[in-house]
Design a binder for this molecule. Structure first.
Ligand SMILES: [Zn+2]
Length: 241
């Protein structure tokens, strides 16, 4: 999937706006998703800053079935990931189009070419208005987290009053817990904390018919290799079920 915008902003508000169609797509594939794991690189100008830590806590307001999020940052300079590959494919296609003598004169032309020629990539547009809308929802007075540059994992849970910050990704120690493996950095306040579990929409009331459409063919090219230093526990945690 790839989101496109004529607005060139790369700040937290624009990342929020670009994330929403991605979340919509995920939820369309499966309405029952309650946990989202993000994997991104870690420039503090984009993904790793106090605004993003706030936005992580707000994503459940778009899809109420989302109750847990982990955001995992790869170390700076650790090479490119799958998302960069998609971006490169999109740009290469536009380049080829120009090489073959056609014009890509403006954003709409670019969108049309990409949308019609790239069969395996879902393309969504994000408008500047959507970015401005998100910007208005970000509080101006957010406290920075001391040690932001050491943060490599943020864990959010709707039912936990604190957002947990770690120096490395750990999936063995739960959100709100101090990591037994020495990766704990601190907490920040979860501004979207739900005290009462009953306030959450009952996910079983969703229409499950679209699930039938979600069958997709996966080839070796779709496989993602985890190259970061991440601890993964393969057992499902059932704390909130
Ligand atoms: Zn741990």
């Amino acid at each position: 999937m790839c989101t496109l915008s004529s607005c060139l902003r790369h700040d937290a508000a624009s990342i929020w706006a670009h994330l929403l169609p991605v979340l919509d797509q995920v939820m369309e594939l499966n309405h029952f998703v309650d946990t989202i794991h993000f994997l991104s690189d870690s420039p503090s100008s984009q993904y790793r800053n106090k605004y993003m830590f706030y936005i992580i806590s707000q994503l459940s307001s778009h899809h109420s079935s989302i109750t847990r999020i982990t955001w995992n940052y790869s170390e700076a300079g650790h090479g490119k990931g799958a998302p960069d590959g998609i971006g490169a494919t999109v740009k290469r296609l536009a380049d080829q189009w120009v090489h073959f003598g056609s014009d890509v004169g403006n954003f709409e032309q670019f969108y049309k070419i990409i949308e019609s020629r790239l069969e395996n990539v879902i393309i969504k547009k994000v408008s500047e208005e959507e970015i401005i809308q998100r910007e208005k929802l970000i509080p101006e007075q957010l406290k920075p987290f001391r040690g932001t540059l050491s943060v490599h994992q943020v864990l959010w849970d709707l039912f936990t009053p604190k957002i947990t910050m770690r120096s490395m990704s750990c999936f063995l120690c739960d959100v709100g817990e101090i990591c037994n493996h020495g990766k704990h950095l601190g907490y920040i306040i979860n501004s979207n904390y739900a005290i009462n579990k009953n306030t959450i929409t009952d996910v079983t009331s969703y229409n499950i018919v679209p699930l039938a459409k979600t069958k997709r063919k996966f080839t070796n090219q779709n496989k993602i290799k985890l190259i970061s230093d991440i601890l993964i526990d393969v057992t499902n945690k059932t704390t909130h079920q």
